[in-house]
Design a protein around this ligand. Structure first.
Ligand code: ADP
Length: 205
């Protein structure tokens, strides 16, 4: 049983690598999905957002208008602070619950929690280990341009808003360099799986 926070900056390859671990038998939790769930219709999170920003922040179907919300917080640091004060504790509570469930019923040898802001939000403190996905910046920009149909300028400004990859390295127990081919990444993932999962079991026998 091992609880791992998998992180890396935008386009580093977190989702792709989480998928590989899932195929190998890990339990995977995506904090982006949790972040959406905690402000879904009917949640206390969404209720607080509507109280603060008004019903104009909702789509016709009662769900949060995410592009509108993003635009507001992009231009207003206080609004961002408020939103984070609602969303971050709710995510943390959901993760604590998922971790407790996994500990009670460890139905996979490894639990991977994919979290872009693992270090920035201190969530890494809930995990046994931090695994960091790195990528060289030229490759990263190219991959995000292709994935999101974005311009180089858009991608660069999103990157500039993130904690630099180098600053995350000291927190990492393992580093997966995803600058190369999918095959090279798969090899690293297999190696990490065998070090973290197979080998301790072999030693215990
Ligand atoms: P993240 O979840 O960190 O934002 P993704 O896993 O979505 O990153 O990867 C970013 C993009 O790069 C995706 O389109 C993905 O398919 C592609 N990609 C990821 N790893 C590789 C790789 N090793 N070689 C080529 N393309 C890759």
């Amino acid at each position: 049983m091992l609880i791992v926070g998998l992180t890396g900056n935008i386009g580093s390859g977190k989702s792709s690598i989480a998928r590989l671990f899932k195929e190998m038998g890990a339990k995977v939790l995506d904090t982006d999905k949790v972040a959406r769930d905690v402000v879904a219709p009917g949640t206390p999170g969404l209720q607080q957002i509507v109280q603060h920003f008004g019903a104009g922040i909702l789509n016709a179907d009662g769900s949060l208008d995410r592009p509108k919300m993003a635009q507001i917080v992009f231009n207003d640091p206080e609004a961002l602070k408020f939103l984070n004060s609602i969303v971050h504790p709710a995510i943390r509570a959901e993760l604590l619950k998922a971790i407790a469930d996994y500990k009670n019923n460890p139905d996979a040898p490894l639990m991977i929690i994919e979290a872009p802001l693992l270090i920035e939000t201190q969530l890494y403190k809930l995990m046994d280990q931090v695994w960091l996905v790195t990528v060289n910046s030229k490759t990263q920009i190219q991959r995000v341009i292709e994935r999101d149909a974005a311009t180089a300028e858009q991608v660069s400004s999103r990157l500039a808003a993130q904690m630099p990859q180098e600053d995350k390295i000291p927190y990492a127990h393992r580093i997966i360099d995803n600058s190369g081919t999918p095959e090279s990444t798969l090899q690293q993932v297999r190696q990490i799986w065998s070090d973290a999962i197979d080998r301790p079991q072999a030693q215990a026998k």
